[in-house]
Design a protein around this ligand. Sequence first.
Ligand code: FNR
Length: 388
Amino acid sequence: MRAEKCLNIGDLERCARQRLPQPLFDYIQGGSDDEITLAANVTGFDRYALLPRYLRDVRDVDSSVAVLGSRLAWPLYLAPTGMTQMFHRDGEMAVARAAARSGVGYTLSTMGTTSIEDIGAVPDLPKMFQMYLLNDDSLNRAMVDRCRASAFDALCITVDCITAGNRERDIRSGLSVPPRLNLQSLGQFARRPEWCLNYLRGGAFRLPNIGDGNGDGNGGGDISTLASYFAQKMESNISWQHVEAIARQWQGPLAIKGLQSAQDATMAVEAGATAVIVSNHGGRQLDGSAASIDLLPAIADAIGGKAEIILDGGIRRGSHMVKALALGATACMTGRPYLYGLSAFGAAGVDRSLAILHSEFERTMALVGCRSVADLKAGTAMQGGAGA
Ligand code: FNR
């Protein structure tokens, strides 16, 4: 199947499943423990009903939005995902350039396989860097300095990884990072020769945003080795003082990613956050917490317009974005949909994932009778909303 033949994100997901070796597909797809939160993120949107208003002029829908100091053509940030070159050798660069073409924002991960400097050089792209706080403060400070030197627009600090989530799919599959041929993986990789050739041509696997930036300083090995490497490097007692220190050093738009409670959201704003990213890490960390969309109304209430809100997790349709904005989000963030596209078709697949979500979003806006994101914010699109 070609990328253009994919009609929705589900089609891209099926293509990624066919194309990737099973351990890698499972790494993208999986969540922690029983994957209850992972599933709830997607199905949660179904509990909210849209309420269309008709006989309005919706010929020109303007879906642009200002968030974290940048203007987005439509209200989406691509989420930070680590080790993106494992899925396709063009990795983060392909994703970032596709985001620029579509007019949305891109978030580079601390665990990215592309450097802050390389992403910094992509023109016309609202850029955010996602920080995991490391226990070596000079490395934290260096990351912030590098982001400033590379003209990043915003920083986000992910706070929900104080310890590694229990991802049993990865333990069972024996996934190694970087992928390695061994007796267990041979059969799985042999069934995906196209991915193998592509990956082997891709060159060295690096994590240039931490460590020395020119070796594969990630310790290699299987995912549990990676987890313990992480555990060694990560700050295990991250506090609001850390957040305040980063905010002071950065002096620019700052988001906190991974908050779920209204109290924490309020504290984030007090600590200097410009935006709160409501997220459960795509169901990959704490299992048994609520769907992201269910957390949104209380957080929007608590923040009361004092900061921006980005809703992350479970977005598979443009209508999900419309619901998030109508419930109080300023913008949305999405991870797996673009990874499916990248894994299946490289840059063309990322383009396709964005084209699908964008057209679904604008069509849904028109069908609910909203010409702009401001119309959505008035709550007109939701059943039981304020009406207009
Ligand atoms: C992630 N996520 C993530 N988050 C983060 O802050 N830093 C990271 O390095 C990663 N890495 C990562 C890898 C992979 C393969 C996935 C699928 C996810 C979480 C990500 O930013 C986002 O919160 C979720 O992907 C959102 O859920 P959806 O859109 O995938 O349903």
